[in-house]
Design a protein around this ligand. Structure first.
Ligand code: PLP
Length: 428
């Protein structure tokens, strides 16, 4: 496959963009090779600057649940663009989208719109700290909550119960307030609560982890956290930036029947435009300014173009869409497992609805430690094999693949054929 123009752009990009990209994983560092530059997308397909087409399993990392360029979403954006792209003042679409979100997400009565998932999680922990008067938070190894300082924390060594900065520029003081536990380990959280009595404001997690590859919550994990939080006066924050409107209309909290205190949203909520949100009960949200004292603001928050795209997307998420996504997801899962098994390749698939990850390793994968045991180098070779066959997977072994309503059974069949070729090839 000829990607000369992509290569030329990447060469040019290095001069004025850091690493040639605006978000690190796009640079292909974990799979090797040069990133592909895209110029258009429609339905389930992407087209690169050299004119090659790819079946897209990235979906812009989650937002494109209806597929690219859904005519109703495009129309909503164009129509709003003609009326104005930003007012810096209230407008009706914000109210409509807020009502839509509150009607879909069980635990949310009021929301605040922001511009990214990162902003949503940063604001959510400020709310949790402000409302509880406590400083510390618990997060889980391998969960990603955007690039806010409090979340760029790695597990501390030895007897330390608090974390250490996971990026230069994050201060030890910030790291001191973030406690880490392995995903799916209630015992670890229980220990942290015992060691930090009355100090923990909130426990934040991806209710289905998607940023270390897909890892579903173990039986009893979410309800166990709910109970621990209630007992210790901590708030439970579900970071549903990825799972919200994705694994079910009401997100993971609807799917698993566990209500968090605060929900963060992003990705699908903006229908491909930059939107994030955090929401909770009216009582809790009224701590946020201007109703309450906890400050949070944004020049482009509730931007009418973004609200229009989000609303057009959420309005089209019918039960039929989720049924179809589930069918396509199970077709892909079963096909990948079959193909790997019949070729004798050690692999397993974790899936919740239309998000899944193929791990090159033995099941079960239930934590970051398990995920890291899988063969990332083999994934890199698999990624390039698929890319050259016109199938775009996320460029990392530790990411979720996303299906959209525009993916059909024949496209998934074609994906499985190309995957089989790779599995049967011993060099793979
Ligand atoms: C993508 C993601 C974020 C960050 O959202 P951005 O819009 O990239 O800032 C936060 N949390 C989770 C669970 C995510 O998947």
């Amino acid at each position: 496959m000829n990607r000369e123009k992509s290569q030329a752009f990447h060469h040019q990009a290095q001069r004025t963009l850091v690493g040639g990209v605006n978000s690190p994983v796009r640079a292909f560092k974990s799979v090797g090779g040069d990133p592909v530059y895209f110029e258009s997308a429609l339905g389930a397909f992407l087209r690169d600057v050299d004119g090659n087409e790819y079946l897209d399993y990235v979906g812009s990392w989650g937002p494109m649940i209806l597929g690219h360029g859904h005519p109703d979403v495009v129309e909503a954006i164009v129509e709003q663009a003609r009326r104005g792209t930003s007012f810096g003042a209230p407008s009706p679409l914000e109210v409509k989208l807020a009502e839509k979100v509150a009607s879909m997400v069980p635990s949310v009565e009021k929301v605040r719109f922001v511009n990214s998932g990162t902003e949503a999680t940063m604001s959510a922990i400020r709310l949790a700290r402000g409302a509880t008067g406590r400083d510390k938070i618990v997060k889980f190894e391998g969960c990603y909550h955007g690039h806010g300082d409090s979340f760029l924390i790695a597990a501390g060594s030895g007897s330390l119960t608090f974390g250490e900065p996971d990026s230069p520029g994050v201060t030890p003081g910030t790291a001191h307030d973030t406690l880490l536990a392995p995903y799916n380990s209630l015992d670890a959280v229980r220990r942290l609560v015992e060691q930090n009595p009355g100090e923990i404001a909130a426990v934040i997690l991806e209710p289905v982890a998607g940023n270390m590859g897909v890892i579903p919550p173990a039986d009893g994990f979410l309800t166990g956290l709910r109970t621990l939080c209630d007992e210790a006066g901590m708030l439970l924050i579900f970071d549903e930036v990825m799972t919200g409107f994705r694994v079910a209309a009401g997100g993971a909290q609807a799917l698993y029947g566990v209500a968090p205190d605060i929900t963060t949203m992003g990705k699908v909520i903006g229908g491909g435009l930059p939107v994030g949100a955090y929401g909770a009960s009216a009582e809790l949200m009224d701590h946020v300014s201007p109703a309450g004292p906890i400050y949070q603001a944004g020049t482009l928050s509730g931007n009418p173009l973004a609200m229009a795209a989000g609303l057009a997307t959420l309005e089209r998420l019918t039960p039929e869409v989720y049924d179809e996504l589930e069918q396509r997801g199970s077709q892909l899962e079963a096909g990948l497992i079959d193909a790997a098994k019949s070729a004798g390749v050690p692999a397993c698939v974790n899936r919740v609805g239309s998000m899944l990850t193929l791990f090159f390793g033995e099941a079960p994968v239930r934590s970051l430690t398990d995920a890291k045991r899988c063969d990332a180098a083999r994934f890199g070779r698999f990624f390039h094999h698929m890319l050259d066959a016109g199938i775009a997977l996320p460029p990392s072994a530790f990411e979720a693949w996303f299906l959209s309503a525009a993916h059909d059974a024949a496209q998934i069949e074609r994906t499985l054929e190309h995957a089989s070729v790779f599995f049967r090839n011993r060099e793979g």
